[in-house]
Design a protein around this ligand. Structure first.
Ligand code: ADP
Ligand code: MG
Length: 692
């Protein structure tokens, strides 16, 4: 009897060689093997006789090789041309290929199953299959034809050279020997409520469905067996998150009061009426702050939705309770901007605010660190220097991390460790789809700002090719004429021999010529901190008209009078980056324009990215496109951030089951008597390669 956690080498037909091949692909146990689910299913119960094939039909046929030959063509390389027969008729099969098929595999008499679309060969005026899927039935040592024909047959992705058919036989052997009483980690009640089959049934039928199962659903991974396996995978992950959230509630954190005075002070700092989304976010934050356990909350809101002011409101509550607050930003430019804003906005309250700069003099730094340690400084702003400088706080009560996606989870935890379970607010505009957010930040509570401040008109976005540059410059000149400002972004600081790209340095020279009489400035990461600051604040105060820059301005920078964003080599940037860059404009009431400039020749993916940018300004929509174009693992900066690699589930298509799993997991964890059992089940059965 096999158990799910047995090593895969105990499965019949898996010798030492195959087990090491399987292991090299992460398949170690019987369970891993069974989670290698079919990529598709073929109806081989109803083979179509060759004599009744119709053009355009997708058909499975069962035949023998009659004759095969290789044809060398001038234009299409080698073609393997095979004629097969099933006693009712003959049909041609042609594979265009790079030479991996051999005539000797198709000796006369070999039994073969073909699956593909029936076509008509006009040259020979015959029916033909072009490049069909095929399977040689008398290949290798396995001989159990009932697995391969006469039923819905699973087709597998090959694993390290182990063919689909071989896998089918191995998996069948594993299922045949599988213990009858496999533990099902899904609680009965959940299975009953949602009509999920049990684990053993699901494994059997997902690999070898019945004729009564719905073939189309199977092929869409929507059969009850698929749904159950997908749900289980999500459920186990969401349980971990739900448990973390519950455990977090048992920690004693810093508890704030919201006195009448605190309320008044929060109102005093507001330079404008908050949107109702901002109000709702603040309320959720305040509710957390009043609790005895520490807040761990993610504030998500698209670029320009106004997260900063909400953060400042939270800071006021912390400081009015006698605590210190720390605000960490991913770039020096952004940290400086927050510092200036904080000084301006919080000035009515006379807060003592400091920024930690990397380029600070040693003695000044000592003094600053001293004031943080003594509690004299109430609000500290900085980049990750905040962590590195070993700042010790007297009473750190609130940690805010802006543009969280630029930091790793580790940095988040490091900063939190500087206080005794301080309240933590992480903010992000990363357009990440909800499904990804749930798997990345599932241990955080979530607030969403889903509304833009009033008076904004949507940013217009256009795609322009390089040769139209002059027209673009005229457009920008017109806006400058009206008193607006512009950003021009380049992918690199300097020209290099390795890549043929326009650079910020060259661009700066060129644009200084083109916009003669205007104030043009250059900004990039290699400039000294104070130089960056000076340039940035000159731009913010309108003393610079055109800011030529690299992506150092990508996140956070807020200059409402800037209305033009020209991105050179837009094809070089990812979607998330383009969206962030575009978010630098459209921050005031003036109509803004984002110009994506590219060479005229683009590859497919770049073209789709640009098209997506032109067609929508909705960050979440873009995130979904990004997810489709790149896959979850490659979404901006998330590769190392611990997205679990799902074996059955697919974040792009299974969002609905993910939400369901989250709801059920939370409900389950809230019933404390079940918690122990679940933790036990979890530790035995976690199926993820990595969990955040
Ligand atoms: P982000 O969410 O991208 O960090 P910011 O907090 O920088 O956005 O806000 C973008 C701009 O919108 C800023 O200039 C800010 O002052 C302004 N703003 C934010 N909220 C409002 C509001 N409720 N009414 C008017 N302007 C607002
Ligand atoms: Mg921001």
């Amino acid at each position: 009897m096999l158990r799910l956690d047995f090593e895969v080498q105990y499965v019949k037909g898996v010798g030492p060689r195959r087990s090491s091949l399987l292991r090299s692909r992460g398949i170690r146990t019987v369970q891993d093997l069974l989670l290698h689910i079919p990529k598709s299913y073929q109806d081989r119960a109803n083979f179509v006789p060759l004599s009744s094939l119709r053009i355009g039909q997708d058909a499975a046929v069962h035949a023998r090789v009659y004759r095969s030959r290789l044809i060398q063509t001038r234009t299409r390389g080698r073609i393997l041309d095979v004629i097969v027969t099933d006693s009712s008729s003959f049909v041609h099969v042609k594979w265009f290929h790079g030479g991996y098929l051999q005539t000797r595999d198709f000796n006369a008499g070999r039994e073969v199953v073909l699956f593909g679309r029936v076509d008509f060969d006009r040259v020979e005026s015959k029916f033909v299959f072009f490049n069909p899927e095929f399977e040689l039935l008398d290949e290798g040592e396995e001989s159990s034809p009932s697995l391969d024909i006469g039923r819905y047959v699973p087709v597998y992705e090959e694993i390290a050279g182990i063919t689909s058919r071989q896998l089918r036989h191995i998996i069948a052997a594993a299922l045949a020997d599988l213990a009858k009483d496999v533990d099902d980690p899904l609680p009965d009640e959940i299975r009953r409520t949602h009509g999920f089959p049990d684990l053993s049934t699901s494994f059997h039928r997902v690999h070898f469905p019945d004729q009564s199962d719905d073939l189309a659903k199977l092929n869409q991974r929507q059969s009850p067996y698929h749904r159950r396996l997908i749900f289980e995978e999500f459920f186990l992950l969401e349980l971990i998150f739900a448990l973390r959230r519950v455990q977090n509630r048992t920690v004693r954190g810093v508890q704030f009061q919201t006195s009448e005075l605190a309320r008044r002070q929060v109102k005093m700092i507001l330079p404008f009426h908050p949107t109702s989304a901002q109000k709702r976010a603040l309320k959720e934050i305040v509710d957390d702050l009043k609790m005895s356990y520490p807040m761990i909350r993610l504030l998500q809101g698209d670029v320009g939705s106004g997260k900063t002011i909400v953060a400042f409101e939270a800071i006021v509550i912390a400081v009015s309770n006698g605590y210190q607050a720390a605000l960490m930003a991913p770039t020096e430019i952004l940290a400086e901007q927050h510092y200036l804003n904080a000084k301006r906005i919080l000035s009515v309250l006379d807060y003592r605010i400091a920024v930690i700069r990397r380029s600070i003099k040693k003695t000044d730094k000592q003094e600053l660190l001293g004031k943080i340690a003594s509690g004299e400084i109430q609000v500290v702003i900085g980049t990750h220097a905040l962590i590195e400088e070993n700042a010790v706080f007297k009473r750190l009560g609130l940690v805010i991390i802006d543009e969280q996606h630029r930091f790793g989870v580790v940095q988040r935890l490091q900063l939190m460790a500087k206080g005794e379970s301080p309240n933590t607010l992480v903010m992000t505009a990363t357009p990440i789809p909800r499904t990804l957010a749930m798997t990345l930040y599932g241990d955080l509570d979530l607030s969403v700002i889903d509304q833009m401040p009033p008076g904004r008109s949507p940013i217009k976005t256009v795609h322009v090719v390089d040769r139209d540059a002059d027209r673009v410059y005229r457009t920008i000149a017109g806006e400058l004429e009206r008193g607006r400002q512009a950003y021009v972004v380049y992918p690199v600081i300097e020209e290099s021999e390795k890549v043929d790209l326009k650079s910020a340095t060259e661009g700066f020279k060129k644009l200084s010529e083109i916009f003669k009489g205007r104030r043009v400035a250059l900004l990039h990461g290699r400039l000294k901190s104070d130089e960056k600051e000076r340039t940035m604040s000159a731009f913010a105060s309108g003393q610079i008209d055109v800011l030529v820059s690299t992506t150092v301005i990508e996140v956070g920078v807020d200059v409402p009078n800037a209305t033009e964003m020209l991105i050179e080599h837009a094809e070089r940037f990812g979607l998330a980056q383009l969206h962030q860059l575009r978010g630098r404009v459209g921050r005031g009431t003036h109509q803004s324009l984002c110009i994506l400039m590219t060479p005229s020749r683009l590859n497919d993916v770049a073209r789709q990215r640009i098209q997506a940018m032109v067609s929508t300004t909705d960050g979440f929509r873009l995130a979904e496109v990004d997810l489709q174009l790149r896959g979850p693992g490659e979404m901006a900066g998330t590769r190392q951030s611990g997205i679990p690699e799902f074996r059955v589930a697919n974040l792009m298509t299974d969002g609905e089951l993910l939400s369901l799993a989250q709801k059920e997991a939370q409900r389950w964890v809230d019933r404390s008597e079940e918690r122990e059992r679940l933790i036990e089940a979890l530790s035995a059965r976690t199926r993820f390669v990595a969990v955040g």
